[in-house]
Design a protein around this ligand. Structure first.
Ligand code: HEM
Length: 330
């Protein structure tokens, strides 16, 4: 399948999630090693430390609390800022812009402004690293010294990468943490097991990814040759939307796809997409989810909702589904 045309913010290139073929591959390859499982294992202490200190803060502020702003959002945001070398204290600025970019009801002018501001913010940050003589050993700094200075990567391309990683790196995992906690609190036996041991946490995380499939709007593609799906002819050039949430509920593949079965081995789910664009950050996302959920269950075994779940505000207009708020007590 072919991708829709690259979305370019003003003054630069779009990000590689919107590119095809060798152009996409060249940029993606510069990041593959970075997000490989063995490298994510190396940063696990950073993830654990971030989760523990977010829990310290949450407990210090006391119950009731909003678990989204108090835990689900800061954890992945702090981790990706640390990995990229982006100052976390600027998070109100870039989180507000990325919310607009993911909002399907935002008009084109608002989207253009948000993209321009985000590119300009990251462009300045990268420029500072480039001219300082000491770009630093976080990812953006290393890309400056190892790829930009050698001429392999243009500044505009690096800005596109930085925007993509910053948005993808925290919006997704944050929403997964929020929705997962809501679901797990309705399954006290599973919550108790996460509290008792880490042993089956990886299996539970896979089922949460499958069952919740937060990239709800599906993946937009364009057919490059005539084909057929489920008996429906598709012609070259036709737009197609691959609905991950539908595939992930397929009864033939999963058996009772609509049921949340935390200990099933839901390995072949498509929550991270499929093919050449499959999520590069999945080892990081899995580690963040496992650590966040097990540590939360261990610290706050008595965690419970402080509101009627039917009245929780959801992010219905976002490309990435989630909760706007999750009031809890313990
Ligand atoms: C639970 C969390 C996450 C989910 C559900 C998720 C989901 C996805 C999906 C479905 C795609 C495919 C998009 C497409 O084909 O058009 C994707 C791509 C991508 N994700 Fe994630 N993601 C998550 C976490 C992360 C994290 C933590 C990062 C941070 C590094 C990240 C970085 C990316 C990047 C860079 C791409 C583009 C890959 C490419 O085009 O080659 N994601 N993600």
């Amino acid at each position: 399948p072919q991708r829709s045309p690259p979305q370019t913010g003003e003054g630069g290139r779009g990000s590689f999630i919107r590119m095809d073929g060798s152009e996409h591959l060249r940029l993606r390859r510069m990041l593959t090693a970075e997000f490989m499982i063995k490298n994510i294992r190396r940063i696990e202490p950073l993830i654990t430390g971030t989760v523990e200190s977010a829990l310290d803060d949450l407990q210090a502020r006391g119950a009731p609390a909003d678990l989204i702003t108090g835990f689900a959002l800061p954890v992945p945001s702090l981790v990706i800022c640390h990995l990229l070398g982006v100052p976390y204290e600027d998070h109100p600025f870039f989180q507000a812009r990325s919310a607009v970019l993911l909002d399907r009801s935002a008009g084109p002018a608002a989207v253009r402004t948000a993209m321009t501001q985000l590119r300009s913010y990251l462009g300045h940050l990268i420029e500072k690293k480039r001219t300082s003589g000491e770009p630093g050993d976080e990812l953006l700094g290393r890309l400056v010294s190892e790829r930009v200075r050698t001429g392999e990567l243009e500044i505009g391309e690096l800005i596109g990468m930085a925007v993509l990683l910053l948005i993808a790196g925290h919006e997704t995992t944050a929403n997964m943490i929020g929705l997962s906690v809501l679901l797990l609190l309705q399954h006290p036996g599973v919550w108790q097991r996460l509290h008792d041991s880490d042993e089956q946490a990886d299996t539970v995380v896979e089922e949460l990814l499958r069952y919740l499939t937060i990239v709800r709007t599906g993946l937009p593609r364009q057919a490059i040759s005539d084909t057929e799906i489920g008996g429906h002819p598709i012609r070259a050039g036709d737009p197609v939307i691959a609905l991950l949430s539908l595939a992930n509920r397929d009864d033939d593949t999963f058996g009772q796809g609509d049921a949340f079965a935390p200990y099933r081995e839901a390995r072949q789910h498509l929550a991270f997409g499929f093919g050449v664009h499959q999520c590069i950050g999945q080892p990081l996302a899995r580690a963040e989810l496992r650590v966040a959920l097990t540590r939360l269950a261990r610290r706050l075994p008595g965690l419970r909702l402080a509101t009627d779940p039917a009245h929780l505000p959801t992010r219905d207009n976002s490309v990435v589904y989630g909760l706007a708020e999750l009031p809890v007590t313990w």
